[in-house]
Design a binder for this molecule. Sequence first.
Ligand code: PAF
Length: 281
Amino acid sequence: MKLFNQRNALSKWVRQEKMAGKSIGFVPTMGALHTGHIALIKQARSENNLVVCSVFVNPIQFNKAEDLKAYPRTLDSDLAQLEQSGCDAVFCPEVKEIYPEPETRVYDFGHLDKVMEGRFREGHFNGVAIVVNKLLNIVEPHRAYFGEKDFQQLQVVRALARMEGHDVEIVSCPTVRESDGLALSSRNVRLTEAQRKEAPKIYQALQMARDLYPGHGVHFIKENVTAHINRSSELTVEYFEIVWADNLLPVDTPEAGRTAVACIAVYAGPVRLIDNLTLYS
Ligand code: PAF
């Protein structure tokens, strides 16, 4: 596995490989890799000749300094897992390499980046869009892989790729879960034993929403789901929304054949967990 710290060196290598006819799959990450990331890499592996992965904790997508500080950094274990899962090249830049100048760019994705995560994490999606745009410019992959756990991020990245004219296929991959339903996340390692025990209630509540939809009103579902989680002394719902999958606008009345998504953010102590589940009618 090749290791790059400099953007130009990586771009040069990728260009040579593309000239030799190789297809490139790209998996951007912030490290602290878990089975969910490895699933993205395996999918990229199966659909491309070469897989490039980035490990970069992007400071400008954190809206709280303490969250950035607490974000797990496990580079040695990340590199070992990447090597084992068949990654061909990894890009681990310093912050200065990605941001030689302070960033001033402001994206506007309409309501896509204003609701849910956008509402509670100001500037988050702008930071994600800036770094993903830079990474796509550096790697110029044929395909880039993103997890469905970050459903809103996926929609923002698709909009970004269209807006910036990136010639890349954005591929979404299903959420990987623990056997008790908890969605895999780099933040799970920060949960206390008591919080970890209660955290599967998030997925249970989403399943409850799926069972109640579309027979019950959206308001009723939101109240029941929120109450189910808030009954736990370890968990507090930040938001729970039912939105249309295609545009993230809130669902008022279910429509036959149109897919909705239940999206949730929950605090377990200081640890913020998000999850979502598709609802069919
Ligand atoms: O999903 C993530 O891990 C990050 O938001 C991403 C896409 C790597 C950008 O920093």
